[in-house]
Each structure stands twice: as structure tokens, then as C-alpha cells.
Design a protein around this ligand. Structure first.
Ligand SMILES: Cc1cc2nc3c(=O)[nH]c(=O)nc-3n(C[C@H](O)[C@H](O)[C@H](O)COP(=O)(O)OP(=O)(O)OC[C@H]3O[C@@H](n4cnc5c(N)ncnc54)[C@H](O)[C@@H]3O)c2cc1C
Ligand code: FES
Length: 278
């Protein structure tokens, strides 16, 4: 029987600096068979580790529609992630997963899509964004609303420019503290409601970011007429096992690692302690 905690060894193939504290790591499985057979869905996460240092859940930011590698955008936040930031191309990491549920995909075909992210909230959405970009004609209008504290903290700057050029797709950026030459909006992400139309007709909204940002974005979306079932978000909880065994990630009756990390607002509202969630 396969040991569920046994990770796969991967090699770092490239490192892209996103901001002062976040890098995107492209990794390739050392074992060729695993490279071909590792299937995951948009919105899932993996447990990343360095032997002797630790393990942490990290969203898979690459798109399942782009094969042969995985990408993780990692913020230097503590013991493991700081160590990963010291690593170079060619170094080894360990990965187990994929874990958790995923963003709905087939059900959203034909709809207008809003992606709303704050800070390090864009990496979990990027997987789904690139999947919709790779199958662009399956969807209606797409708007990406993305905010961060400063322009430097925006992830995927090059891709944001590329997404802007895709037909029927808009990218709206906003920062709290602009730098010289900043040509986009200023403020928190909900300020973008003043700049662009956000309409619930035949639409679904995917939201990811810090809990306070999610809280205010959800308020705005419901005020704009979005139904609770059409507001979809990912939750971050402190995790250990990632596979529903240790109980570290529970909210109400749910385990974020297996029942989530993707939830609709309709589901979140049913959690008795939801005020602690967003
Ligand atoms: C589903 C999911 C997806 C994620 N995706 C990403 C991602 O794509 N990119 C990314 O950068 N991060 C992501 N995270 C967050 C990441 O897993 C954490 O930041 C992780 O703690 C980093 O591990 P570390 O060992 O480097 O830091 P830690 O040493 O764990 O420290 C990180 C922070 O957690 C605090 N902390 C430590 N122990 C506890 C505890 N017992 N209870 C509460 N707080 C504690 C520390 O004080 C510190 O502020 C995700 C988390 C989840 C649950
Ligand atoms: S992290 Fe162990 S049960 Fe969810």
C-alpha cells in the first residue's frame, strides 16, 4: 500500500521573481512516470517540503492545461518558505498531493467571469485564469480585478499585460501606495467598483486574498446582486497533514484541506463560526 505521506522529489527548473518577498518556482518531477501521470485540477494545492526543515501547503499556480511541470508562487513567510527562497535552479524540493477540491470549470462555461484577487491571492486563481485563457471561446466576458499594497507587490506582471491583450478580457489594477508613473487606480480593490461595471447577469466571481479583503469584496458582490452560490473563494487555514487526518484545518464541520480550499459563499454562510473565516 502506498504511504500517503511519501512525497515526490522535484527539481527546480526556473525561478521567477514576482515581488520583494514572492518568487514563482517551476519544478519538474525527477521520476519521468510521475511527470506524465501527475494530474491535478485548477485550485488544488500540494504539500511542499524540504527534508529536515518542514512542509507547507502551497497552491498549484500552473494550469492543468499546460503539461510537464508544476509552478508554485511562494512568499517568504516562515521557516520553510524562507529556506525555499535561498534555493537555486537545480536544487531539489519534495511535493505530495495534489490535495483539496477545485474551482468549478465545466459549470462556468458560457458565463461572464470575474477574477478578484488581493496580493498573494492571485497565485491560486492563476491556474484557472490560464485555463480559461487557453479555452477562451468557451467563456463570456472576463474581468480580472487585482489589488496590492504597492505596484512592486503585484504578481505575474508580464502575464497581466498578456491577459489584457486577449479579446473580450479586461485587467483592472489598483494599489494602496502608487509609485511614480503608476497609471492605474489607487485604493483598495473594492474601489474598482467605481471604475468598472460589475454585473451579476450570467456571471460568476472567483475571489482570493487576505480574509479582510474577501469580506469586503463579498459584501460588494452581494450588494451588486451576485447570488451566494456564484461567489466562489479559496480559504487558507493552518494545515498539517493536508489529507483530513489531523484536524488542524477545521472550520465548523468542514476540513479545509479536503472539503476545500474552494468554497462558495453559500457554503461559507452555513458554517456556524464563519465570522472567523472571512
Ligand atoms: C490551501 C493553502 C494554499 C496556500 N497557498 C500558498 C501559496 O500559493 N503561496 C504561499 O506563499 N503561501 C501559501 N499558503 C500559505 C503557506 O502554507 C503558509 O504561509 C505556511 O505557513 C508557510 O510555511 P513556513 O514554514 O514557511 O512558515 P511558518 O513557519 O509556518 O510561518 C508562517 C506564518 O504562520 C504563523 N504560524 C506558525 N505556526 C502557526 C500555528 N500553529 N498557528 C497559526 N499560525 C502559525 C507564523 O507566525 C508565521 O506568521 C497556502 C496555505 C493554504 C492552507
Ligand atoms: S490539515 Fe490535517 S485535517 Fe486538514
Amino acid at each position: 500500500m502506498k504511504n500517503e505521506y511519501l512525497p515526490y522529489k522535484v527539481t527546480i527548473a526556473s525561478i521567477q521573481k514576482e515581488s520583494f518577498d514572492t518568487n514563482t518556482y517551476k519544478v519538474v518531477f525527477d521520476d519521468e512516470k510521475t511527470r506524465d501521470s501527475f494530474d491535478y485540477r485548477q485550485g488544488q494545492f500540494a504539500e511542499i517540503s524540504i527534508l529536515g526543515v518542514g512542509e507547507a501547503p502551497i497552491s498549484i499556480t500552473s494550469s492543468p492545461s499546460r503539461k510537464g511541470y508544476l509552478e508554485f508562487s511562494i512568499r517568504a513567510a516562515g521557516s520553510l518558505t524562507n529556506k525555499i527562497h535561498e534555493m537555486k535552479v537545480g536544487d531539489s524540493l519534495y511535493v505530495r498531493g495534489p490535495y483539496g477540491n477545485s474551482f468549478p470549470y465545466e459549470e462556468t462555461k458560457g458565463k461572464n467571469i470575474y477574477f478578484i484577487a488581493g496580493g498573494i491571492g492571485l497565485p491560486p486563481l492563476r491556474s484557472l485564469i490560464n485555463m480559461t485563457m487557453d479555452n477562451r471561446s468557451d467563456f463570456g466576458h472576463i474581468k480580472i480585478l487585482y489589488g496590492s499594497k504597492t505596484p512592486d507587490e503585484l504578481c505575474f506582471k508580464q502575464e497581466l499585460d498578456e491577459w489584457k491583450k486577449v479579446e473580450n478580457t479586461e485587467v483592472w489594477l489598483i494599489v494602496d501606495k502608487p509609485c511614480d508613473g503608476w497609471g492605474c487606480s489607487i485604493g483598495v480593490v473594492t474601489e474598482l467598483w467605481k471604475d468598472t461595471d460589475i454585473h451579476p447577469k450570467n456571471a460568476v466571481a472567483f475571489v482570493c486574498g487576505p480574509p479582510i479583503m474577501i469580506k469586503f469584496v463579498v459584501q460588494k458582490l452581494t450588494q451588486s446582486g451576485f447570488k451566494d452560490k456564484d461567489i466562489i473563494m479559496t480559504l487558507e487555514r493552518y494545515m498539517k497533514c493536508g489529507i483530513g487526518k489531523c484536524g488542524h484545518c477545521n472550520v465548523g464541520e468542514k476540513f479545509v484541506c479536503v472539503d476545500g480550499p474552494v468554497f462558495t459563499y453559500e457554503e461559507i454562510k452555513k458554517i456556524p463560526s464563519r465570522e472567523k473565516v472571512i
